[in-house]
Design a protein around this ligand. Structure first.
Ligand SMILES: [Fe+2]
Ligand SMILES: [Fe+2]
Length: 166
């Protein structure tokens, strides 16, 4: 083990804790414990600070152009190599919940790849996506520029439930 390995492990752990605590916080709010929900959100925010510090300590944040290229490679890996066998395995095992969540992610990572590609092209042309309005499906994560569709093409969720990202 090297310090780089340690940073990678710590980054993964803190990143997962962030998402887990946000989910726990939502559950606490649902169960009528707003104080506990706030505590989970606060600790989740702190875990993000730790995760970002670890990522920076391993020089994991480059220029925006390089970051977009890295993000594209990651999304492509997910929809070409990672998710297809995972979906097949979940279906073979009859795990419908897992097959559904993975199918949704697989479909949306392709969209993410294309959006990052668009952003990279904008940067190459000397512009930005400054006027970008972008919305995300709360069920499957489908990501659209501009108006939401009547229904999500990935999961069927109603378009008026899409969240506009600030
Ligand atoms: Fe993605
Ligand atoms: Fe969706």
């Amino acid at each position: 083990m090297s310090t780089l390995d340690d940073l990678k492990e710590a980054f993964a752990g803190e990143s997962q804790a962030n998402r887990r605590y946000l989910a726990y916080g939502a559950k606490a709010a649902e169960e009528g414990f707003p104080g506990v929900a706030r505590l989970f959100r606060a600790v989740a925010a702190a875990e993000t600070i730790h995760a970002h510090a670890h990522l920076k300590a391993m020089d994991g944040v480059a220029s925006t152009q390089a970051n977009l290229a890295d993000a594209m490679a990651g999304e492509k890996h997910e929809f070409t190599e990672m998710y297809p066998p995972m979906v097949a395995r979940a279906e073979a095992e009859g795990n419908r919940k897992a097959a559904r969540s993975m199918r949704f992610a697989l479909a949306v990572e392709k969209v993410h790849y294309e959006l990052f590609e668009k952003a990279l092209a904008a940067l190459a042309a000397g512009t930005d996506l400054a006027a970008l309005i972008v919305r995300v499906c709360p069920v499957c994560g489908h990501t659209v520029i501009g108006d939401a569709p009547d229904a999500c093409p990935v999961c069927g969720c109603k378009g008026d439930r899409f969240d506009e990202i600030a």
